[in-house]
Design a protein around this ligand. Structure first.
Ligand SMILES: [Fe+2]
Length: 194
């Protein structure tokens, strides 16, 4: 018998395959996957399993699934209380960010300069939403954002439309100096729910 959390994840992947087979537009695929991910992060077996997932402090992600068919990636992140998140984008990828446990502030930023300098950006905070278990945020390509930890441990599942790590550079934004840095994203730690 597979572990209930592993079954919930395979069920999610199967339903996601059906969506991706039916839809070719990436925005539509991600909007429909958002509904499925909401079901997954609310699933009692996932909520239960997440209590034991290890901390990913030190710029790490748990790697739960690499999709052979469509290339999407499913990660998890486990933050210590009051974790300060950096301001960043995910380059060309679409990302779903679904909270399983705890609360986090999901910050959105807007770029004010004309983007003509690759190493400099003026960015302004435009909105904050408080995510609770079951909240799934959708982050479009090149959207500038940050996830800030809450008062307790927090756990999120991340669905990325494509593999970025080691392949495509993403950007970090320093709010004080305006400096833009290129980076390859978190270290991937293989983790099985089975
Ligand atoms: Fe992010």
């Amino acid at each position: 018998m597979p572990h209930p959390a592993a079954s919930a994840l395979s069920d999610f992947i199967e339903k996601t395959h059906a969506v991706w087979a039916r839809e070719s537009d990436m925005k539509t695929r991600m909007e429909q996957t958002q509904i499925l991910l909401t079901g997954l992060v609310n699933h009692p077996a996932i909520q239960d399993s997440a209590k034991n997932w290890p901390s990913t402090e030190g710029h790490k992600n748990l790697l739960l699934h690499t999709d052979e068919k469509y290339g999407f990636i499913i990660n998890a992140v486990v933050r210590e209380p009051n974790r300060k998140g950096s301001v960043h984008d995910h380059s060309q990828a679409w990302v779903l960010y679904g909270l399983v446990e705890g609360s986090e502030s999901l910050e959105r930023y807007e770029r004010l300069d004309d983007g003509s300098r690759p190493d400099y950006a003026e960015v302004k905070l435009t909105g904050v939403t408080i995510g609770q278990p079951g909240t799934v945020d959708i982050v479009p390509p090149f959207n500038i954002h940050a996830e800030q930890g809450g008062p307790g441990r927090s756990v999120a599942m991340i669905f990325r439309s494509e593999k970025l790590v080691g392949r495509i550079l993403q950007h970090g934004y320093d709010l004080t100096t305006g400096k833009v840095t290129e980076r390859y994203g978190p270290t991937q730690i293989d983790y099985s729910l089975a």
